[in-house]
Design a protein around this ligand. Structure first.
Ligand code: ZN
Length: 289
């Protein structure tokens, strides 16, 4: 099952890549489910069973206009982002790989957007890219085991943890939350994909390019803490709620890890992808003073 946030309404996605069609869930269920995507995650078990028996061939569908897609979970109660979760990325960042839970920080919800956007480079900013697999919680989780963890995940989507490195690393202690939460710095989408739709939920290829030049390419089998371990570890500390979003960390190839360092410039296009899920497209522009 693929579920999109289409113009603010929960939408079932059908059809082949490049020719996706949408079914408005509230309309198709005569109002049994509310249109807000937040409601979808609150009623995740019911949505899954409804979708399993829903006859798409008889449904009213419409062509998906990507410009109307928003983040699949646009108003989570909590957002978690994980640092240093791939060995090669930890090394390029100048850190040893974490043996215990990696650094956990947040990206504020005001930075969320859909998959295809224009992003303003903050004045003087050093804006970097981090393609990431994003997991959305579908069932509340408190102190769950790794074996149980996937049962609490609604599905997966593509995320970019766009990061302004000057703000992020400004002393006396790092400001990860602020440096990674300028407007539009958390594009996600194009939709949520349930794990039965992907070949291997623990081994997906992900990458990104700038103007067609490959910057990152990795596989989620190389996550030091895979999704089940992250959900279990986080749930030991906090309660995870339906709709909560977890950015799982980025593979090697960020701009700050290069010699010389490279950051996004006005006019550049950043394309990000995860095989079996979809793509994000960002265009960067200068701040107007
Ligand atoms: Zn990140």
């Amino acid at each position: 099952m693929r579920i999109a946030n289409y113009d603010g309404r929960a939408t079932l996605v059908t059809g082949e890549p490049g020719a996706e069609q949408g079914v408005d869930i509230a309309t198709a269920t005569d109002g049994r489910f509310r249109p807000e995507p937040t409601d979808t995650y609150q009623n995740w078990t019911e949505i899954v069973s409804w979708a399993a028996s829903f006859d798409v061939s008889a449904a009213t569908t419409f062509a998906i206009d990507r410009s109307k897609l928003g983040a699949p979970s646009p108003a989570p109660r909590q957002v978690f982002a994980i640092g240093l979760n791939y060995d090669e990325h930890a090394a390029e960042s100048g850190f040893d790989s974490p043996e215990n839970l990696p650094p956990v920080f947040t990206k504020y919800v005001s930075s969320f957007s859909g998959p295809d956007t224009t992003v303003v480079i903050p004045d003087g900013g050093a804006v970097d890219w981090e393609v990431e697999l994003v997991a959305v919680i579908g069932r509340e989780a408190t102190d769950v085991s790794e074996d149980q963890a996937w049962d609490h995940v609604a599905g997966l989507t593509v995320g970019q943890d766009i990061s302004e490195r000057i703000t992020q690393t400004r002393g006396p202690a790092p400001q990860f939350g602020l440096g990674k939460s300028f407007p539009g710095f958390s594009p996600q989408g194009p939709w949520l994909v349930t794990t039965d739709e992907v070949a291997d939920r623990d081994d997906l290829e992900l990458g990104c390019s700038i103007d067609g030049e490959e910057m990152q390419k990795g596989r989620t089998r190389d996550l030091i803490f895979p999704i089940a371990a992250l959900v279990a570890e986080l749930s030991r500390n906090v309660t995870l709620y339906p709709g909560d979003v977890i950015f799982t960390g980025t593979p090697a190839g960020i701009g700050a890890g290069r010699e010389p360092k490279r950051f996004l410039q006005a006019g550049e296009h950043l394309d990000s992808w995860i095989t079996g899920i979809g793509e994000l497209h960002q265009t960067f522009v200068a701040a107007t003073k």
